[in-house]
Design a protein around this ligand. Structure first.
Ligand code: CTP
Length: 413
């Protein structure tokens, strides 16, 4: 949603990493953004404008002086219009030379002219070989740009085209899009608020190799973290596993068991405004964890009885504390009496919202990408959402949380 109908100027400069910029332009376009690509002369040596034009479906601008449609602008002042109308200017890959020009206000080609005329946010992905990124001149230029509000995406470390190893590689598309989303959402409805999201099924250890867990994939929690980032929040994602890709910009904490999860949430409490407990927390754990792997004997008829004890209810514990976050949201995964059970959990756990989902449906709940939920508030109002992606469900929940924060006119912690 956040990329839909956004006007993004993608400045492409001369680097072998331009092939990744083609993928970026394509993914942004697929997500509904209007992408106008501006290429420098050096970029033209690596790839033709036709490549970008093919993925964006729009003209590609390369020349400050021509006013026709073969790389020039539609009118002699269009560079001003392009820059003024944009929601975001992204320079990826950004060479050391272009970074220097942007830092010092030079305007000797179309991209640098547009950058001066633009009034939108600027995202820069420094990309360069062989120690150029670490050079004090480049670092000073990046610092200048940062001071002026530009968002600098940290380059990846790895092997360069030259064979050298170091920092300066253009990150993968997912990271670039994450940074773009975060920048576009920076003034969103949760700007200034901190949101903690828990995700995944907890793992309760039996011995060093075995644990008890459940069917939760963590997908809904990760989608919620992304939706909160899109709304401008500072986000901490506490997850029971690290198998899904972490949304760009989220602080990540790994907390496998219910006890780890409780401790991790408590650490965050002081400055947290919103807690969303999407994790499927085990209600019971083994009474003791064996220090060594439990071995079977030679007796084929032997049995093994596990003794279990209750875990702490994290939500109930946190929401009854005096320093409770302003908004506390729980989930209710039910296979019967969905609304009655959810309503009772809302009251018992002192929640502001509960998201109820029927886990007996095959197209909703655990392990799939879609969900069908009912959001219940403290007044008993039930908002029934149709079957939709977990991303869409998350956007709804985040909107409800924003409204609660606004209606209580609360200020960030
Ligand atoms: N929850 C929690 N701590 C627990 C168990 C659950 O914080 N020890 C949270 C979950 O993250 C979820 C909500 O409580 O947001 C409801 O979880 P659910 O498993 O549906 O309910 P339970 O409280 O475990 O009750 P029951 O097992 O009887 O359905």
């Amino acid at each position: 949603m956040i990329l839909e109908n956004k006007r993004i100027i993608l400045g492409v400069t001369g680097s072998i990493a331009v092939y990744k910029a083609v993928d970026l332009a394509s993914k942004l376009t697929q997500a509904g953004a209007q992408v106008d690509v501006v290429m420098t002369e050096a970029a033209l040596r690596f790839v033709t404008p036709l490549t970008f034009q093919s993925v964006t479906g729009r003209p590609v601008y390369t020349d400050l002086w021509q006013t026709d449609h073969s790389g020039g602008l539609p009118t002699h002042i269009a560079h001003i219009g392009l820059g003024e109308g944009a929601d975001l200017l992204v320079v990826a890959p950004a060479t050391a030379n272009t970074i220097a020009k942007l830092a010092h206000g030079l305007a000797d080609d179309l991209l640098s002219v547009i950058a001066l005329a633009a009034r939108c946010l600027l995202v820069i992905a420094p990309t360069m070989d062989g120690g150029m990124y670490e050079h004090p001149a480049t670092q000073a230029n990046l610092e200048l740009l940062r001071e002026r509000g530009a968002i600098i995406i940290e380059p990846d470390e790895g092997r360069f085209a030259s064979g050298l190893i170091g920092k300066g590689r253009l990150p993968e598309t997912l990271t670039l899009i994450g940074a773009i989303r975060q920048t576009l959402g920076s003034n969103g409805s949760l700007a200034g608020y901190k949101v903690v999201v828990t995700a995944g099924g907890t793992q309760e250890a039996i011995d060093p190799v075995r644990f008890i867990t459940n069917r939760s994939s963590g997908k809904q929690g990760y989608a919620l973290a992304q939706a909160a980032l899109d709304a401008g929040a500072k986000v901490t994602l506490i997850s029971t596993a690290n198998t899904l890709s972490i949304p760009y910009g989220a602080e990540f904490v790994l907390a496998p068991s219910a006890a780890d999860l409780l401790a991790a949430v408590q650490v965050q409490l002081a400055d947290t405004d919103v807690l969303i407990m999407a994790a499927a927390v085990a209600d019971f754990r083994p009474t003791a964890t064996a220090e060594h792997k439990i071995k079977k004997s030679d007796d084929p008829d032997e049995g093994l009885t596990l003794s279990l004890v209750r875990t702490v209810d994290i939500l109930a514990t946190i929401s009854h504390l005096p320093q409770r976050p302003k908004v506390v949201v729980g989930f209710a995964a039910e296979s019967q009496d969905l609304l009655i059970n959810a309503q009772s959990k809302l009251t018992r756990k002192k929640l502001d919202l509960i998201v109820a989902n029927d886990i007996s449906a095959i197209d909703a709940g655990f392990q799939v990408d879609t969900n069908r939920v009912v959001i219940i508030d403290t007044e008993g109002h039930q908002e029934r959402l149709d079957l939709m992606t977990k991303t869409q469900v998350s956007e709804h929940i985040i909107q409800r949380i924003s409204s609660l924060l606004q209606s209580s006119a609360s200020h960030p912690a």
